[in-house]
Design a protein around this ligand. Structure first.
Ligand code: CDP
Ligand code: MG
Length: 360
């Protein structure tokens, strides 16, 4: 990030009282991380320049939701040409798939994705039918491996991700390595296909090969609501929600991996944004019970969460054991091996919460 710049964003806030969308300009000063807001309609300062530790530069991109003093602001546009010029070129997107043979490795692969500096814009697990796989790989119709490939791709759950970074398309293809797993093991042993692939067809990961394919492939997976069945099984399971601070900090993959290492099956994953109203409803059992309820609601709606279906015998109880006490400070003293102890920051940002699946 350049040392001393002011970035400007057009943000919208749905005022629930007035049922009106209000627009503001949100400024972010990179030198000290301070923010400032102008009310556009009334042409006056809405928030004087101040520190707001909940927002960092990485949180500011088109479509992001940020929370400022309990107002959930959606970034709808750049606020000036400078900001647009600085941020726009950084935004290449690509489609990544975790193929059926690597579905159980989602934690490790997600971790590698974050470590390589990608932002995950969207993510969901799903099932492809044979017909879906044939359509997705239409460019290979007629080739000798087409039948085996489409059968494999529809043989089990997969994960689709939208990855965003500078030069995302080439960067992701480099991280996954050569198409053939055996060649990958020879030529790029630390690549994901070398580590997690099986053979020439079952090679763990997919990556778009050009901006045009990325566009088509992202639309295929993310702009056809309801087309693909979810992978959730809804039995012997619990819900685990990885909270926005963890997702932003890039450690969601590490958490998924610890859950798997503890012997659980992660059977479904989906990234989503909760509105304040939805977050308040989700956390309603804590209303009037925990003093930090309002802060918890704010944190839950302050960016993308990742919801997981986690399965095992007695999943609800077993998962709570592994997570540890609600307060990470306490967890570090009493149960240092638990997930909240390792990844939690404080009571509000305990990094993760579970709810009984019976309530869903
Ligand atoms: O996936 P990538 O773009 O690296 O390779 P591709 O040439 O577009 O092929 C698509 C997929 O078909 C590969 O990822 C393999 O799963 C499969 N394939 C195969 O089974 N045998 C080949 N000789 C080539 C590709
Ligand atoms: Mg290809």
């Amino acid at each position: 990030m350049p040392a001393d710049n002011r970035y400007a964003f057009l943000v919208e806030w749905l005022d629930p009282q007035a049922q009106l969308v209000r627009q503001y300009l949100l400024f972010f000063y990179s030198i000290d991380g301070t923010v400032e807001m102008d009310d556009i309609k009334n042409r006056r300062k809405f928030l004087r320049r101040c520190e707001y530790p909940g927002i960092s530069f990485q949180d500011l991109y088109l479509g992001a939701t940020v929370s400022v003093y309990s107002r959930e602001l959606v970034i709808v546009d750049y606020g000036d040409e400078f900001t647009k010029g600085q941020l726009e070129q950084k935004k290449e997107k690509t489609l990544a798939l975790i193929k059926p043979d690597a579905f159980l490795k989602v934690g490790k692969i997600l971790n590698a994705i974050y470590k390589d500096g990608f932002r995950v814009g969207r993510m969901r697990s799903l099932h492809l039918s044979r017909g879906d796989a044939q359509e997705f790989y239409a460019e290979h119709r007629g080739k000798p491996f087409y039948d085996e490939l489409t059968e494999f791709m529809s043989s089990g759950p997969i994960v689709a991700l939208e990855l965003i970074s500078d030069g995302a398309i080439q960067k992701w293809r480099k991280l996954i390595g050569p198409t053939n797993t055996f060649k990958a093991r020879d030529e790029a042993p630390s690549s994901l296909r070398a580590q997690f692939g099986t053979d020439g067809t079952r090679n763990a990961c997919h990556g778009s090969d050009s901006p045009a394919s990325a566009d088509r492939e992202l639309n295929f997976f993310f702009n056809q609501p309801g087309r693909f069945p979810v992978t959730a099984r809804f039995n012997n399971c619990t819900l685990c929600v990885i909270k926005p601070h963890v997702v932003k900090a890039g450690v969601a993959g590490a958490i998924v991996d610890s859950i798997v290492e503890e012997g659980f099956e992660v059977s479904a994953a989906e990234m989503f944004n909760l509105t304040r109203v939805n977050a308040a409803e989700f956390l309603e059992v804590y209303k009037g019970v925990l003093p930090e309820y309002n802060l918890m609601v704010e944190e839950m709606s302050n960016g993308p969460c990742i919801a997981l279906e986690v399965r095992s015998e007695h999943a609800v109880q077993a998962m709570r054991e592994v997570m540890g006490p609600h307060d990470p400070e306490l967890a570090r003293v009493l149960r240092p091996q638990t997930i909240r102890s390792k990844h939690g920051l404080d009571k509000v940002i305990d990094r993760k919460s579970t709810r009984l699946n019976s309530s869903h």
